[in-house]
Design a protein around this ligand. Structure first.
Ligand code: PMP
Length: 273
């Protein structure tokens, strides 16, 4: 695997950053995961925009969009895998030990690796921790993902592939790397951004391409729903067949199946929706 490091494409083993990189030492960085199909990035404009939004939110300088695009073009050229994932990471750069930012940097890393299609349905668990919808980092895709790493390990230990958070008000929020939709009384609903969830790009596209709408939902909506599904860059639309010890009536049900088909068709037709 090759990795772009601050303007240079290197073999993964030589792709190194400083041990004093602020992204590494204190999580002062932002990132994006982008899907590639035969080397073509999907929805790259939206990802580059969100990277810049997260960087602004964290008080970092804005990543140079032209450089990000150049890195993506270089790293996806050649012999791309049928399905790949790009990881774009942008950090505060080299800084003295401590929490304050230094003057050297920022660091831009872009890696591209092959991946495989996610299963059509997933088991999920709810976690005993809450997402803070009022936090300074809420809605930013920062490299401070420890809470998500912990929650995902919690899910894996329970034979599930995703963990879902409620926020501090006990309202349904999101997964560790996905947004969540439920079908209640025939309506397709997803928590609003002020629930504390990330502004998922797949979530946005599903909202635009289906009749879904935002609704503030209690966590128990997961148990009352006729259908539940997750959305994310690498899942697209993924049905949920188990939530803790509860099984929704259908997975995928008719609304989920329609959302899957619509998403697949529109995404195949529009590389940069
Ligand atoms: N929430 C979180 C916390 C995430 O990390 C992700 C993955 N980026 C998502 C939701 C889904 O967002 P997207 O559809 O843009 O991949």
């Amino acid at each position: 695997m090759m990795i772009w490091v601050n303007g240079r494409l290197r073999e993964a083993a030589e792709a190194t950053v400083s041990a004093l990189d602020h992204g590494l030492t204190v999580g002062d960085g932002v990132f994006e995961t982008v899907k590639t199909v035969d080397g073509r990035p999907f929805a790259l404009d939206r990802h580059v925009e969100r990277l810049a939004r997260s960087a602004r939110g964290l008080g970092l300088p804005e990543p140079d969009a032209a450089e990000v695009r150049r890195a993506v073009a270089e790293i996806t050229a050649g012999d791309p895998p049928p399905l790949g994932r790009l990881r774009i990471t942008f950090t505060g750069g080299v800084s003295p030990l401590g929490s304050e930012r230094g003057r050297e940097g920022p660091t831009l890393l872009v890696a591209h690796d092959r991946t495989t299609r996610r299963p059509d349905s997933a088991a999920v668990v709810t976690v005993p921790w809450t997402r803070n919808e009022n936090g300074a980092l809420t809605g930013l895709k920062t490299t401070s993902y420890g809470e998500n790493v912990l929650a995902l390990a919690h899910a894996h230990a329970r034979d599930a592939s995703e963990a879902l958070f409620a926020n501090t008000r006990g309202r349904l929020c999101e997964g560790t790397g996905s947004n969540v939709f439920v079908v209640i009384d025939g309506e397709l609903l997803t928590p609003p951004l002020d629930s504390g969830c990330l502004a998922g790009i797949t979530r946005r596209l599903v909202l635009e391409w289906t009749g879904a709408r935002e609704a503030d939902l209690p966590l128990k909506a997961l148990r009352e729903a006729d259908e539940v599904f997750l959305t994310s860059t690498l899942r697209d639309v993924q049905a949920v067949h188990r939530i803790d010890d509860h099984e929704p009536p259908a997975a995928p049900g008719p609304v989920t199946t329609r959302a899957m088909t619509t998403f697949a068709e529109r995404a195949a037709a529009e590389e940069n929706p």
